[in-house]
Design a protein around this ligand. Sequence first.
Ligand SMILES: [Zn+2]
Ligand SMILES: [Zn+2]
Length: 317
Amino acid sequence: MAAKRQSVAETLADVTSRRPVLEPVLRAFEPLLSAGHALAGKLADPVREAGLRLPELQWDRAQQGVSLLAGVSLTGIAGPMRQAAEELLPLLTTIEAVAPHADSLRAFFLRPVEAPAESADSRDALAEAVVAGRSIESIARDGGVEPDVLAFVTGFVVSPVLHAMVAAAVPEEGDAPWDTGGAWQQGYCPVCGAFPTIAWLDKPILDDKNAYLAGGGGKKHLHCSMCGAAWKFLRGACPSCGKEVSGTMEMLRETEAARGERLDWCTKCNTYCPTVDLREREAVPNLDALALGMMHLDMVAARKKLRPLRPSFWNMY
Ligand SMILES: [Zn+2]
Ligand SMILES: [Zn+2]
């Protein structure tokens, strides 16, 4: 029997019941997380119609640590990005640091999409730059948007589109292409190259038909919030510096009501990644929502001078 999957709202309600002090923050960001999550489903058709799909995984490139979207053209992504921006900009522009830029952001993201042959669309170039980790400075200047604000907003706008592309490439059952045969060994995302926001240890797998234990569980997976991809990773290794020596990774957790939530941090490079052990929970939480709900541990980590593997919006603004 598959474990129940919690929505963004259910995950945050569960966190709030245990950590009432976080309620105002969680309530403030819930609409944004819920809208992003719903968009990934709504964009399935537009993304396919725009001809956007992940390239086939090539074994030797994967072994060399080249992410699937590295250097890949995202021409046509402007349409789905515009659709995402229509829903997300009204929410994003309520954030204090973003609000003064509402007009320039709307002008940039919501302008009509021209026929591909007309001219190169700077939204396509923007998405490609974000995935490649290149500077977006000149695109921002040409588009009349403050670069820092554009970078922040673009993460939200591109993410549901990438989620839809990943969902189309992952089989309902069985391993994702990058998990097959241990093709991908890196601590960053096999699809978009971003570092993971959260990790999880899986539950034991029960074979329904024969009622025997098909797998003991406890394998570690990393989750990318940018594109929604998940991939298997060595439990004792650091996703940031790759060190795998016994005693490299330490764990930081609350003494009470932890429900499998903890930070795994590296004693060599001082980066950390929130982690949830699903063997200690019944339902499977929405991982992006849970990462937000574990921000009390981010604060503990900051006091210990540890750095997040991937900084998230709640510790950026
Ligand atoms: Zn990714
Ligand atoms: Zn490390």
